[in-house]
Design a protein around this ligand. Structure first.
Ligand code: ADP
Ligand code: MG
Length: 323
């Protein structure tokens, strides 16, 4: 069992940022609207995620750390119509098999919280205790028992950056949720969680970005594109400024990246990558479900429809007279 968990961990948990991703997605799935992430040493030493979501009963907490104990999927065809981020029930046991792991959780209906400690996959403790409603998960000494993995960790700075880039994108995907990231006792970012995407952009990137945005609001019969792009004066050397969501999930996709490039190039002969936060909505049927659930690269069954819609959505925004 523990070996299976460690093997699964090899897929699910590549680096500290992957742990943060799994934990924060669980918090979002649990309906949290306030999520605080604290890390030390780029997440390798310490990761703590505190949420105000539904919490778990003692029974569900015990189940949650077992393999394939997801509460989110019942039949295979649910996979096509997922509205939760997780569904495989592998994350918690995988993470717990390669770290010192602690779960503290309490649903609002219960008087006591449940605390479960797991050390490198071996359950060390399960007790009733006091605790806030919602869930706190602490992951310490990641990969302490997997030297081969530890070797591939990058510098503290780089691992920290992966985590802040991830939280930035998650925060942009959910402006209705308050996010806070603290690294080595310093606040790295925090968002208001007031549902306003421009306020969220301002909190994350500052006024010089949030005051230079163009509205994208496009819909045809197959594709909807909503969000904001930066004015053409606001270009960067990398795509790091681009957050793309398809049906609410953070994705990467070459065709969409190209559509953005081409739309800007059609308007200004400058090279560089614009700022963009775009929500793309398509029928679930037009997304290839054969993509690896852990990967953010997405495939569409019909690339050209999505390309045309993206190109049109952006050129409309770029050429619309300023009000
Ligand atoms: P999955 O997300 O694929 O279901 P996980 O291993 O990530 O699998 O989580 C297992 C289960 O634990 C989830 O299905 C959910 O019921 C529960 N769970 C995990 N994290 C939280 C959380 N922060 N709040 C409430 N429930 C949680
Ligand atoms: Mg999950």
């Amino acid at each position: 069992q523990n070996t299976a968990n460690q093997i699964a961990a090899g897929e699910v948990v590549e680096k500290p940022a992957s742990v943060v991703k799994e934990l924060v997605e669980n918090s979002l799935d649990a309906g949290a609207d306030n999520i605080e992430v604290t890390i030390f040493g780029g997440g390798t030493e310490y990761i703590r995620v505190v949420d105000n979501g539904s919490g778990m009963s003692e029974e569900n907490a015990k189940l949650a750390v077992l393999r394939h104990a997801t509460s989110k999927i019942r039949v295979a065809e649910d996979l096509l119509h997922l509205n939760t981020l997780g569904f495989r029930g592998e994350a918690l046991p995988s993470i717990a098999s390669v770290s010192n792991f602690q779960l503290l959780t309490r649903p609002v209906t219960e008087e006591f919280a449940t605390s479960i400690k797991i050390e490198g996959g071996d359950q060390a403790e399960c007790i009733a205790t006091g605790g806030h409603t919602g869930t706190t998960i602490i992951v310490e000494n990641l990969f302490f028992n997997v030297p081969a993995r530890r070797k591939f960790l990058r510098t503290v700075q780089t691992e920290s950056r992966y985590i802040s880039e991830l939280i930035t994108k998650l925060a942009l995907s959910r402006p209705d949720v308050r996010f806070k990231l603290v690294s080595n006792d310093k606040e790295v970012l925090s968002t208001p969680g007031n549902g306003d995407l421009v306020d969220t952009v301002k909190a994350l990137y500052g006024k010089n970005v949030s005051e230079e945005l163009l509205t994208v609001d496009f819909a045809d019969s197959e594709v909807k594109v909503r969000g904001f792009i930066g004015k053409p004066t606001l270009l960067k050397g990398t795509r790091q400024w681009q957050t793309l969501l398809v049906n609410g999930r953070i994705i990467t996709n070459r065709m969409i990246a190209k559509a953005i490039d081409h739309a800007y190039q059609s308007q200004i002969p400058k090279s560089g990558f614009p700022f963009a936060v775009l929500n793309i909505t398509v029928d679930t049927e037009s997304i290839d479900v054969n993509v690896h659930p852990q990967k953010s690269e997405i495939k569409f069954s019909d690339d050209s429809t999505v390309y045309k819609a993206m190109y049109k959505a952006l050129t409309d925004a770029l050429t619309r007279p300023m009000s």
